[in-house]
Design a protein around this ligand. Sequence first.
Ligand code: FEO
Length: 392
Amino acid sequence: MNPRKIKDNIYWMGLVDWDRRLFDSLIPLPDGTSYNAFLIKGSEKTVLIDAVESSLYYELEAQLDTVAKLDYVISLHAEQDHSGCIPQILSRYPDAKLITSPKAKGILMDLLHISGESIITVKDGETLSLGDKTLEFIFTPWVHWPETMVAFLKEDKILFSCDFFGSHIASTDLFVTDEARVYEAAKRYYAEIMMPFRNIIRKNLEKISAYDIDLIAPSHGQLYPRPSFIIDAHKDWVDGPLKNKVVIPYVSMHQSTRKMVDYFISSLVEKGVSVERFNLVVTDIGKLAIALVDAGTIVIGTPTVLAGPHPNAVYSAFLANALRPRTKFLSIIGSYGWGGKTVEILAGMIPNLKVEVIEPVLVKGLPSEDAFKALDNLAETIATKHKEQGFK
Ligand code: FEO
C-alpha cells in the first residue's frame, strides 16, 4: 500500500497484515493486524516514527522510495514488530539518527545489535523541533514493556501512542468508523498485554490527560479521531465497576464436569448472575482474556487427571494469574475418579490474584443430587457476594 496522508506533511506508512493469526506465537489475531509507522515532514527535519518487522521491510522500503532524506527515526517501543527493520532503515539513511528513551536504547542494542553511536536518547518531556512542527516525548512505561514512550505533535495535536490504545484489526479504513468493532478489538488488546500493568496504565492515562489531543495514532489498528472514545474505554477497563458475572473456563473428559458446569450455569442464571462459559479445548484465549477484564468471579471447571487438574485448566489458571484481573472471587468445580490434589494445585497457582477462594465443589464420578445441591449453594454464595459488592 502507498503512504496515506493524515494531514499536510503527515503520512501513515507501514502495512496491513491481513493474514496474521498469531502474535508472539501465543495471542490469537482473529482480525489480522497492522503495523503503523508515521512520516512527518517538518520545514527543516523529516522523521519516521516507528517501523515494522524486519521480514516485512520490503513493504516499508517501497514507501520510503518517496522519502529522499530522513533526519531521524523515532523508536517509541523496542519490540521487534515496530523496531525490527530499523537497522535496514539506518543503512538506507546513514546520516539519520535514532531517537529513543534511555531504557529502549539498551534494549534496541541487545535485540537488534544497533550501534549506540547512532542513538540519541531523550528525557521525559523533552521536545524535538522539526522546524514548523514540534514533537514532545512523554514516557509511558509498561504499555507493555518498561521502555515505552509516546510522542505528541504539538501543532497538529496528534498523539503517536505506539502500542498504547492499539487494536489488532486489519482494515483499509485509516480512521475508526465503527467504534463498536474497535471497542471489542481494543479490549482484547488491553486484556492480553496491558491488564497486568493496570496500575501504571492508570498513571499513564492521568499523564496524557494534560494534553489537548485531536487524534490518537497507535501502532496497531485504526486511528482515533475521537480520542475520548478510547481513553474513556481504558479508564473503564482499569477502574470501572466489576460486573455481576461469573467466567467459567472448563474442560471435561467424560462429561461429568460438563454436566456440573451446565447445571451450575442454570443455577447462577436463576439467581440473577450472568455467565461466560469457555470450553478450554476449543476456546479463543483472547475472548477468555476479554471476559476477565471485569468479571466479579472466576470458577474453573476441571476433571482430575494424573492426580491433578487437567493441563488445559492449569493453563487457564496460569493465564488468569499472569493477566492479574481485578476479579474478587474464585472457585473450582469438577469431577474425580479416585483422588488427587486438583484444588491444592490450582489454588497454589494464583498468587497474583487478590481473590477470596470460595469452597470448591469436587465430586467423585458422575454428579449426583448431592453434587447439584452443592452447586446450588455455591451459586447462592456467589450471588450473595456479588450483591454485597454492588456488582451490576
Ligand atoms: Fe506492537 Fe509491543 O509491540
